[in-house]
Structures are given as C-alpha cells and as structure tokens.
Design a binder for this molecule. Structure first.
Ligand SMILES: Nc1ncnc2c1ncn2[C@@H]1O[C@H](COP(=O)(O)OP(=O)(O)OP(=O)(O)O)[C@@H](O)[C@H]1O
Length: 736
C-alpha cells in the first residue's frame, strides 16, 4: 500500500533498530495498540519506552515491506514510574544504565525526571553518583527537552525534524528564544529554512508585514533567488522594485532596510558605470578575490620563457605540424605572459594548441596540472591530451562538512603543487569554485584557461569566462579558423553557422548532420524512439546505451527527457521476471538501464576492472545498472571500466539517461546525438542551447521534428543576462 495522505499514529517506542547519530535518522518499532509497526525518519530524540505521536505515510519498502515514513513527530515524556524506568534504562541518557535507573526511580518515583533536570544536587547525594555526573545528566535532559519543544513548535509549520535538528545544533537551548525574537533568523546561517516558512511563523506570531526583520530577510531572499539564475549581484533599483513588490510594503522601508544592511555589512554596494549594484557578501568576496588574485598574477607573472620561438619551431618539427598564427600567439602568451585565455568553437585547434603548450612546459621541467569542472569533461581532457586530468573538486581534495557544504583541503594554506594549471571548459565554472581554485595556486603559477564562450553558462552564479574576456585587460586568444579536416564535417560548420546566427545547412543526406522532419509531435517521438532503438543500431552498429544520446531542450512534455526516458525504458528494457527493479517515487530503476549520476558524490566506492578500488562518481557520469540487491539494499552500476556500488540513499541521485537535457550534457561528448525539436517551449528556443546540443556530437547528429524550431533557435540571440561584478573589479586600477 502506498498512500499519499498524511496520517498520524500514536504508540510506544518498543525498540530502536537503527540510528544515525549525525542526523538523527532512526528506524524504530512502535507498539500501536499491540500491533508492532516499523517507522523510519528523523527522530533523534525518541527512546525506548517513550510515548510518541508520529505523522507520516505508509510506504512499501522493496525488502522490508510496509513501513511508516515519519515526516514529523511529537514525543511525550513518560510520566509513570514504570514508563520513566523504561526510558532511563534504554540508554537514552549517557551514564545512566538500568541499575542506576532503578535506583533513581526508587528514590524519586514519578518526579525522577524533574529532579534529574532541575535538582542535580539532590541526585549527587545518591550513592555512586558524583556531582559531575549529576550535572551531566541534568544537561542532557535539558537538551533533550529543548529539542523536543523546538520540534513541537516547528512541526506546526511543516518544518521537518531534520531541519529542527539543524536549527538546534546551531542555536542550542535558546533556539526557541531566537525564533520568537526574529523568525527570519532561520533564513540565514545555512539553516535552509525558506523565507516563506519564516514568514508563516511570523504571521502566527502576529508580526506586521512591515516588520524590519521581514524587510531585511526579503531583500536577502530576492538576492539569493537571483543567485539561482546566475546573478552574483543585482542593480540596486531592480532589487528595490522586486523586493517592494514581493513583500507588498512601502518602497521607503525597503530602501531604509537596504541602507542598514549595507551599513552593517550584511550586503555590499558597488558602483559600476554610474549604476549601483548590490551583492551578497559571499558573492562579493568571491568576485573581488578573483579580481585581486588575477591582478596580482599580472603584476608578478610566472617566469618568462626567453626562447619561445625556438621552442615552437622544435615542437612543430617533432609534431610535423605548422601552427596557425593565432595558435602561435596563444602558445607565446602562455610561455611569455604566464597567463592565457584560449577560446574557440569546434575544430579550431584548441586541443592541438593545448598539447603544444603542455609538451613545451613539460620538456622544460615544469609540473603541469590539468583540470575541468565535470567528471566527463576532465575524462575527455585526459583522453585528448594523454595526461591525467581531474575534476576541480577532486584536484582541490574536496570533503563535505556535516551540512553537506564542500570544504577544500587544498587552499591558501595548503597549496597545489604545480608550475602551471590548465583549466578546460571554463565556461562551466562558477564564481565561488573559481575563487577556491585560484586560492589554492602557488604564487606565480602559469594559468591557462580554455573554453568556448558560446556554450551555455555555468549552472552556479557568475560569468567567469565572459568577464575575464570582456575586461579587455588579460591575454586572450580566440581561435576562429576551422581546420581542413574539420571543415568536412557539417556538425562543425553548422555549429559555427548557428553561433553566427545563420541557418544551419539541413539539406544534406550524406554527411554527419541530418534533419528528419515530422508532421507532428507524436511522429517526432516515435521517430526518435525508432532511431534510438533500431535504426542507428542497424545502420551504424551503434549501441544505444554506449554510443547514442538523446538530448532534449528540456525535461517536460512528450519530447522532454522525463517522458522519453520512460518510453525508452519500456521499449529497450521492459520489466521481466529475471530483472530486479526498484522504485523511487515515479522513477523505476531496472537492471540493464542506462543511467546518469546527477550530483558529484565523492564517497561512492568503485572497483576498476584491473582490481583497483577508489571512490567518487561525478555529476554527468553515464553508466548501466548491472545488479540490484534488495536484501542488502545496494545497486551496482558499471561506468566504463569500473563498477560502483550505491546504497539506496545515494541511488536517489541516479536518473535514467536514455534521454537527458542539453544543459545536463555540457562538458560531455557522444558518438551520436539525437535532438528532438517539436513544440519546443519559447523560453528554450535560443541559439546557445542549440549550439551546445549540436557540439556534443562527435560523429553523427540527427535533429528530428520541426525546422521552424531550428530557425527560431538560431535567430534568437537571447543570452539570459547575468549581473556580475568581476569584469568591473578587474577593470578597477587598484586591488580592493
Ligand atoms: N595547425 C594545424 N594544422 C593542421 N591541422 C590542424 C592544426 N591545428 C589543428 N589541426 C587539426 O584540426 C582538427 C581540430 O583541431 P582540435 O581537435 O585541436 O580542435 P578543437 O578546437 O580542440 O576541437 P574540438 O573542440 O571540436 O575538440 C584536428 O583534426 C587537428 O588535427
């Protein structure tokens, strides 16, 4: 039985089967009117013998059958002597075992808990209990009561027990005091309570809508929300107008609150081109740090190579190649200025140039590190250069703190060991990650940044590549010439046309770029499925799971990634008796499915075919499910030459990937790509999206659907504007 309605059950905790002490996740047996029910969820404070009211839903677990999944709960403290004895004997209070519990209850009866909490001096009089131990017990009880009260208070606003634990860890026993004083304080400090929730609490407290704390929180909320759209700052006027409208308060109140926030450094104000921009402190810090470090690198560059011409001449002979003028300019910049931004579309010779730079540097005894923002991008970088390339996170030796925030072991105090760093796919790197990367660079490191500024921008806030180029102060080479081999490819020449706003050539039937028109969406869907499952397999001998990738503009609709995945799963890998499968909500994962990892996870273990074991599966990695073990609750997924083992929790970040979005495919390349374009929503009809999709294909690209969409996308130069400050900080004369 899977039921969506929130139910409540009341009973006594009989047994704690499992507890994760870090986050309070527990599996417990509850006696509900003599029937034993297994309940799971974040219940850090429930102990054996406790009376509880649990709110949640029944769900069938693939191995454990029906369970009650707890959303929130109200624990009650036992009041009878028997209940107290059971509670204290359960080990809930450190230092109290069953014999101490018996002694305490014998002495204080139904008042035991009260005395333990408030009169430790009386407890200390008992045999075998020191003053320290009595105080310790009192402190533990106070804490457990504090967190219980907090959960009870927050459960009214559907704030999960998980969040309540986080809040309690932050504010401690005074949590409720802080919340009553200013509920909007919950929106700060990484507590992950939304403005809307804090607003609900404030409403319950009968606070007026023009409460100063509300206005301050509203301003921060608007800035944070815009961060998700890639902005590191907002024009002051726009911020004021949006916040006024959002909060439905007087504009002057917003202006006053904003000034106060700038006064107490909760926000930063900068003036660029006679216009004020407002930053959240962390974004301001990241962008000013990047600007200052890069200026420093310009003032104190890496050692200059004096004999660059000779070195280039030598490498040309060795490689039997004549570099183009722009390529030589790029190599020289890297050697002589210690800094280079190298951009260019497909087939313009970026990799060839990069390889020349690496070779010259290494021949001259330099240690060169290679990195890229995603797993696939770093893997590709490794393949084309023949050298090891790591993701930026791995290079910086990421670890995650208890709030799941990345902490880098490589940083200002523990620098990377290198003379040169080459970063590929810089267009995908956001401001904070880039700041962390250059923070870990030794003084006077040679820095080479490679990317294609026409690709989609980074998911996180910032516009690193664009801003570094636009500031016009840094050595920058754009490769524009398409080399002869690449000119033969319609994928390459059409990609360049798209970037120029020219219609791609869709008339050819004998090259690597095909357009297959359909009359309607249903035909388009059927054709995509047929190409993927049958035609390309037959004509090109491609494997649907390994060689072909369907790339959709978006997730939604019949031609979106979600629906297509379901249909393709049914067509290619339908349910079968001998194939295990598991269900997470609407998602079904089955042995044989093609899947993608959606988040970097540095903890997942894998074993390579040569027996070597290590950890880490990255956002964008694509693999095939080879085993589902329901008894022991794990899934095995093969990624190229390695097999990774996922527990069910980590498997939540795995999605079917017969089809995926163009956004998700950034940094990836595939032998064959199919792009369905029919009734594509207008907000997804823009040039960079089509360009990014087309340039993911190595050997074959097929667009299926409506040629008008191709035209709409090519003609729309809509680049969602990103408000960022890096360009201006770089242009300012002095360091801040
Ligand atoms: N100076 C050159 N002379 C002749 N051919 C070249 C030269 N530079 C690059 N090429 C060739 O042009 C093609 C594209 O070069 P390369 O792979 O370096 O480009 P790229 O910009 O990295 O392309 P992509 O982004 O598509 O991987 C390759 O076949 C390469 O051998």
């Amino acid at each position: 039985m899977d039921n969506n309605e929130i139910l409540q059950i009341t009973g006594t905790i009989e047994d704690i089967i499992y507890r994760n002490n870090d986050n309070g996740y527990s599996v417990v047996d509850v006696d509900v009117k003599k029937e034993l029910i297994t309940a799971t969820g974040v219940m850090p404070t429930v102990e054996v013998g406790m009376e509880v009211r649990l709110y949640g839903r029944y769900k069938s677990h693939p191995s454990y059958g029906l369970q009650f999944c707890v959303e929130t709960f109200e624990p009650t403290i036992p009041t009878t002597s028997n209940g107290i004895l059971r509670y204290l004997s359960s080990g809930a209070i450190k230092g109290v075992g069953s014999s101490t519990a018996t002694m305490l209850v014998k002495e204080f009866g139904e008042k035991t808990l009260e005395v333990l909490e408030n009169e430790p001096e009386r407890v200390a009089l008992l045999k075998g209990i020191s003053e320290k131990k009595a105080n310790d017990i009192s402190k533990q009880l106070k804490e457990s009561i504090g967190i219980r009260e907090l959960m009870l208070y927050l459960s009214e606003f559907q704030i999960s027990a998980n969040t309540a634990v986080r809040i309690y860890k932050f504010f401690g026993n005074r949590s409720l005091e802080y919340i009553r004083d200013n509920p909007y304080t919950l929106c700060d400090n990484g507590l992950r309570v939304s403005f809307e929730m804090a607003d609900m609490i404030a409403k319950k407290q009968d606070r007026p809508i023009d409460d100063k704390n509300r206005v301050r929180a509203g301003i921060a909320h608007v800035l944070n929300h815009n961060k998700q759209n890639g902005h590191t700052c907002l024009p002051e006027e726009r911020l004021i107008a949006t916040t006024t409208n959002f909060l439905q308060v007087d504009t002057d109140l917003v202006k006053d609150a904003l000034n106060n926030m700038i006064f107490d450094a909760s926000l930063m104000r900068e003036n660029f081109d006679d216009k004020n921009f407002i930053f959240l402190p962390e974004m301001h810090r990241a962008e000013t740090f990047i600007a200052n470090r890069i200026k420093l690198m310009q003032s104190f560059p890496a050692a200059k190579f004096s004999n660059t011409d000779t070195l280039i001449e030598k490498i040309q002979q060795e490689e039997n190649i004549q570099y183009a003028e722009k390529q030589i300019e790029a190599i020289k910049s890297a050697m002589e200025k210690g800094f280079l931004i190298l951009t260019g579309g497909p087939g313009t010779g970026k990799t060839t140039t990069l390889n020349a730079i690496i070779k010259i540097l290494e021949k001259n005894g330099q240690t060169v590190l290679l990195t890229a923002p995603t797993g696939r991008a770093s893997q590709r970088m490794g393949e084309v250069t023949g050298k090891e390339a790591k993701t930026i996170h791995r290079l910086l030796e990421v670890a995650y703190d208890k709030d799941d925030k990345p902490v880098f072991k490589k940083n200002e105090k523990n620098l990377l060991k290198c003379d040169a760093l080459i970063v590929d796919e810089v267009s995908m790197v956001d401001s904070q990650l880039f700041a962390s990367l250059i923070e870990a660079l030794p003084f006077a490191t040679r820095l080479i940044l490679v990317g294609d500024s026409n690709q989609l921008p980074s998911v996180g806030p910032g516009n690193i590549l664009g801003n570094l180029i636009e500031c016009e102060k840094l050595p920058f080479v754009e490769l524009t010439e398409i080399f002869r081999q690449s000119l033969k490819s319609l994928i390459v020449t059409n990609a360049h046309k798209i970037v120029e706003g020219e219609l791609p050539d869709i008339s050819k039937h004998n090259n690597d770029f095909f357009f297959l028109p359909t009359k309607n969406g249903t035909d388009a869907t059927n054709l995509v499925i047929d190409l993927f499952t049958r035609r390309l397999v037959k004509s090109y001998n491609y494997s649907p799971t390994e060689d072909i990738q369907i790339l959709c503009p978006g997730r939604k609709g019949a031609l979106g990634a979600t629906d297509l995945n379901e249909r393709l799963q049914n067509a290619l890998n339908p349910p079968a008796k001998d194939k295990q499968e598991i269900k997470f909500g609407r998602k079904i994962l089955r042995i044989g499915d093609k899947v993608m990892q959606y988040k970097n996870n540095y903890d997942i273990m894998y074993t390579k075919d040569d027996g070597e074991t290590s950890t880490g599966i990255f956002n964008g990695d694509i693999g095939t499910i080879i085993e589902i073990n329901k008894k022991q609750q794990y899934i095995k997924i093969r990624f190229d030459d390695k097999v990774a083992t996922y527990d069910y929790d980590s498997a939540q970040d795995v999605e079917l990937s017969y089809a995926t979005t163009i956004h998700k495919s950034q940094g990836n390349e595939f032998e064959a790509v199919i792009i369905p374009l029919f009734h594509t929503p207008p907000q997804l009809c823009y040039r960079n999206l089509l360009y990014t999709g087309v340039t993911r294909a190595k050997k074959l690209l097929i667009i299926v659907g409506d040629s008008n969409i191709i035209a709409n996308m090519t003609h729309s130069n809509k680049k969602n504007k990103r408000y960022t400050g890096l360009k201006y900080f770089l242009q300012q004369d002095s360091a801040i």
